[in-house]
Write a protein of this length. Structure first.
Length: 274
């Protein structure tokens, strides 16, 4: 009797389709990951280019700002050396004061700018550490007024309007005083006769408002008033207001500028002490 012969038949169609599906899913995931990586690489590359361009612009503007007082110092120093003018005044007409006074004033201006550049550089790198302490913000504001009083001696009245009771805040008094002083100095420059400094507090926030009685801020300048080295309608640029904004942000506060009824208004708000 002949032996039985057996033939085993296995349908591998489902397995083949499963493998093809897995391969399709694998390539789809690989394509998605590649697309995301390309997109992130493009965005990171663009951010790096933008940052490099911003840094280049920053240093160009900083060099320009430093060059102005340096040229003034050099010019007066060379005039003294050449005998065209002496340290007590020019040989011709010089109403601005003695040569030494001009050199000192420009040196102070350059020193202030260098300090502002260093501060904002530390903030950008996250190295500007604040030393917080409890204090009455009214004392800080009075100190700021005393700093700018010499510049306001030409007929600008600085009018404080503060509560009668202490307004306690947690702040870095050195940095916050500098921020307020920057705005006051700016106000003294553009006020006609009065600069009003107001302080109000509620349960959550302290609001400081500084208003001058000048011509106000040009509408086209308002969106850029806190930009670094922005050249406004007045033709002046700088970094003081940009540094002020960064200091306020480090205090978890906000600052805005707008035109009031009688000039420019700068309004600062930050949390009170807990």
């Amino acid at each position: 009797e002949a032996p039985y012969s057996y033939i085993m038949y296995i349908d591998i169609g489902p397995i083949t389709r499963y493998i093809v599906t897995l391969n399709g899913m694998f390539f789809a995931v690989l394509l998605a990951i590649s697309s995301v990586m390309c997109l992130l690489g493009f965005r990171f590359g663009r951010d790096i280019e933008n940052e490099a361009e911003r840094q280049q612009t920053f240093f160009q503007n900083a060099s320009h700002e430093l060059k102005t007082p340096l040229m003034a110092i050099q010019g007066y120093a060379e005039g003294i050396q050449a005998g065209v003018m002496d340290a007590g005044g020019a040989a011709g007409v010089m109403e601005a004061g003695s040569s030494a006074e001009v050199i000192l004033a420009e040196s102070d201006r350059m020193t202030e700018l260098v300090e502002e550049l260093l501060d904002i550089s530390k903030i950008d790198m996250g190295r500007q550490l604040l030393a917080f302490s409890e204090m009455d913000v009214r004392e800080l504001l009075y100190d700021s007024i005393r700093v700018v009083e010499p510049a306001a001696a030409g007929g600008i009245a600085i009018v404080p309007d503060f509560p009668e009771t202490p307004v306690m805040v947690s702040c870095d008094d050195t940095r916050l005083r500098r921020a307020v002083t920057n705005i006051l100095s700016n106000g003294v420059r553009y006020a006609r006769s009065e600069l009003r400094l107001t302080c109000r507090a509620d349960k959550r926030h302290v609001t400081i408002r500084i208003q001058d009685d000048g011509d106000g801020i040009a509408e086209e300048d308002l969106p850029h008033i806190f930009d670094r080295f922005y050249m406004g309608k007045s033709g002046k640029s700088g970094i003081g207001l940009a540094l002020t904004r960064e200091i306020i942000h480090l205090h978890k506060g906000t600052i805005r500028a707008y035109n009031g009824d009688t000039g420019a208004v700068f309004e600062i708000s930050f949390p009170v002490s807990r």
